[in-house]
Design a binder for this molecule. Structure first.
Ligand SMILES: [Ca+2]
Ligand SMILES: [Ca+2]
Length: 150
């Protein structure tokens, strides 16, 4: 009976319904940090918490764990590594409810936490300042690179 159920699950390609959840998430959160309660988010009151499963364990899903309908951080989210040079860091995961065949798409916007210090490409800078320089005069320094700023 279980085998038949699994085969039917694999054959069935269309979902009964879909829901999209958008969530902003800071990078560098600790492993185990709570992210979402799928049962609460989807209002599936007649569904048990262990009814949720990954649609496919793709690249971005590895950053999360899914247990009893609760999504938690499973791996360090490093915005600079995931979205180098991009102003917005948008990532998607997909979960389904086996019982209701509800497809849940969760779109994350990964927020920067400014965890990198600026680095100057040169170690020494020399600037000539005239002894007759006026107060408030600005001198341009070589720019620093900051991985947090695309
Ligand atoms: Ca980072
Ligand atoms: Ca950062």
């Amino acid at each position: 009976m279980m085998k038949l159920f699994l085969i039917l699950m694999l054959v069935k390609t269309s979902y009964e319904d879909t829901v999209v959840i958008t969530k902003t998430l800071k990078e560098e959160l600790s492993v185990g940090t709570f992210v979402l309660d799928l049962k609460k988010e989807t209002n599936l009151m007649n569904t048990s918490s262990n009814d949720f499963q990954w649609v496919a364990k793709e690249e971005f899903e590895q950053y999360f764990s899914l247990e009893n309908g609760i999504i938690r951080i499973n791996k360090r989210l490093d915005r600079e590594q995931m979205c180098p040079g991009l102003v917005e860091c948008l990532k998607r995961i997909r979960v389904m409810s086996k019982k209701t065949m509800l497809l849940i798409t969760i779109d994350f916007s990964i927020e920067d936490i400014n965890d990198n210090s600026p680095i100057f490409n040169i170690s020494d800078m020399k600037t000539n300042i005239s002894e007759s320089a006026q107060l408030g005069v600005f001198y341009q320094l070589h720019p620093a690179e900051d991985l947090d700023s695309p």
